[in-house]
Ligand binder design. Structure first.
Ligand code: ATP
Length: 532
């Protein structure tokens, strides 16, 4: 029997175990717990094996550490709510359809709540945040699925974005990595799709897609589709995955059977639309995840091509990092859009402890082997990010040879089968390290990963923010080590700022570099001044 009671703050002495387990050692930290096998209960905080039940909430948890995080989070949400208690199931503060008998937030309460939660909004008549999922007038099966997924309380981005999207408004939202953005668009999408189908005449056999989610990578599409299936279970809600690398015939077959949601990478979807007739007239929700990456050169034309083939859909766009130009372009895609940002935009999650190490390029490999061989510094499972596919191939080999550790490998040139297998092995804990290019840099929810090593700095600090975000989900603490040297000098001013704002030490060489100053004059004016 797995059970504990007691006050975690009082330490291990206060924990009382059932008689059967008295001899077993309590798992103290998330890292000491094994990963969950399919069908196992999962820790609601970190996703590892949910060996215990939290006595105060009945949630599955893996360790004392996650129990404490869970209780802290609940306490924080309660105080943040600026209202004496979190509403019970039938006690709503936000009511979307006026049918519930409960009260709505006043303008002052809404403002206070947003301030406490770090929610910033721009737009006309933005609905107030919700304090619970049960206040959103969701189909009972969807609500059950949300609860079964362990989502007891909405996160701040969910509190604000879900009611806005449920009201049919377009959204551009930015919030920390690992803060639950995926569910904040999937819940409104599933709600809309299920309601539409249930209202559709039963004899009407046409089941054209109702919503599209675009993401930049196949892995992210797979993850989003998995979560959509989980949250849409038992509802008239089917999904199709449309990504490169898998045979197109199977994807077309599935689409012809009738689906509500297409989760796709832009290139493959365009390819498919060009070769096969596909009616997109009923698509009224268009989601762009990792929007800043998707509206950059490379993806932008494809995304816009798909968008323009739809009849003015509601647009939901999300990322942890959003620039002014993306905000401008996104705003032009939808009328009366609501802009939502949580906390400090474009900053790394404060839950990730960053360590920047100055290392010359030639010394980087040895430095990495030193970290991976050090009990003190290596905290597996870990992701190592490199800049190129060849670099990834070479490095994963070198790690295995030099340290004896099994290092998996994933990049864009691997087949879909190899990429799926590498992910499976890593998530099942079969290897302590995975070497990756940017394919795992964004969006991927690598539950259990607490360490990221940025071997090659990416081209922008935004990508860096996404990469180190893999080390922490839902505020659980993680670590990031970044190797930096003169080769990344273009990033210095922003990198120094990011380190400082996170309270991380700035390496001496970086601090002293003339490239680190934001006010550094351009080379022309520099020359001018010298000559003058
Ligand atoms: N309300 C909630 N309560 C508990 N867990 C949640 C909740 N919402 C989401 N999660 C879990 O939190 C984790 C992170 O969520 P998600 O992957 O959506 O983050 P994200 O904001 O999209 O991150 P990124 O910017 O890195 O893509 C997931 O494991 C998800 O299942």
């Amino acid at each position: 029997m797995e059970f504990w009671t007691g006050d975690p703050t009082a330490g291990a002495d206060a924990i009382q175990l059932s008689v059967d387990d008295a001899a077993d050692e309590i798992v103290q930290t998330s890292r000491q717990q094994r990963l969950a096998f399919p069908g196992d209960p999962k820790c609601v905080i970190c996703g590892r094996y949910g060996e215990y039940i939290c006595d105060q909430t009945d949630d599955d948890i893996c360790s004392l550490e996650c129990k404490q995080t869970l209780l802290d989070r609940i306490a924080k949400a309660q105080s943040s709510a600026a209202i004496k208690k979190v509403p019970g199931k039938d006690e709503c503060f936000y009511v979307s359809d006026g049918r519930s008998e409960s009260m709505s937030l006043t303008a002052d309460q809404t403002e206070l709540l947003r301030k406490k939660l770090g929610i910033h909004v721009k737009g006309n008549s933005v609905p107030p945040p919700v304090l619970s999922f049960s206040c959103c007038n969701l189909h009972s099966k969807l609500l059950n699925n949300v609860e079964s997924a362990g989502f007891d309380l909405p996160t701040p981005v969910q509190m604000q974005a879900i009611p806005v999207a449920l009201n049919g408004r377009s959204v551009l939202a930015s919030a920390d990595t690992g803060s639950g953005k995926t569910a904040s668009f999937l819940i409104p999408v599933i709600s809309h799709c299920a309601a539409f189908r249930l209202a559709q005449n039963a004899n009407n056999s046409t089941k054209r897609p109702l919503a599209i989610v675009l993401t930049p990578t196949r892995e992210l599409c797979i993850q989003v589709e998995d979560q959509a299936k989980l949250l849409g279970k038992g509802l008239p809600f089917k999904t199709a995955l449309v990504v490169g690398g898998d045979p197109m015939a199977g994807q077309i077959h599935r689409l012809h059977q009738g689906v509500e949601l297409i989760v796709a990478t832009p290139g493959r979807l365009i390819d498919l639309l060009a070769k096969h007739d596909m009616e997109l007239d009923d698509v009224t929700m268009f989601v762009v995840d990792e929007v800043d990456c998707m509206l950059q050169r490379g993806f932008r034309d494809q995304v816009m091509q798909i968008f323009l083939s739809l009849a003015q859909p509601q647009v939901l766009m999300y990322s942890a990092t959003i620039s002014d130009s993306v905000e401008k372009l996104a705003s032009s895609m939808a009328k009366d859009i609501v802009l939502i940002s949580i906390g400090q935009p474009n900053k790394p999650s404060m839950a990730v402890k960053q360590v920047a190490i100055w290392v010359d390029t030639k010394q980087k490999k040895q430095k990495l082997f030193d970290v991976l061989s050090s009990k003190q510094h290596f905290d597996p499972p870990a992701v190592v990010y490199v800049g190129s596919r060849i670099g990834a191939d070479l490095l994963s080999n070198a790690i295995s040879v030099s340290t004896g550790l099994k290092a998996l490998l994933i990049h864009g040139e691997k087949s879909m089968k190899e990429r799926r297998e590498a992910m499976r092995q890593f998530l099942m804990g079969e290897a302590p390290v995975i070497v990756s290019t940017g394919v795992l840099g964004r969006g991927i929810d690598l539950l259990g990963v607490r360490q990221v090593i940025v071997f090659d700095m990416p081209n922008s600090i935004k990508e860096y923010v996404h990469m180190i975000g893999r080390a922490s989900r839902m505020g659980v603490e993680g670590k990031a080590i970044a190797f930096i040297n003169e080769e990344s000098k273009a990033l210095f001013p922003e990198f120094v700022e990011v380190l400082k704002s996170s309270g991380a030490a700035v390496p001496r060489e970086l601090a002293n570099s003339r490239y680190s100053s934001k006010s550094l004059p351009s080379s022309k004016s520099w020359k001018k001044r010298k000559l003058g």
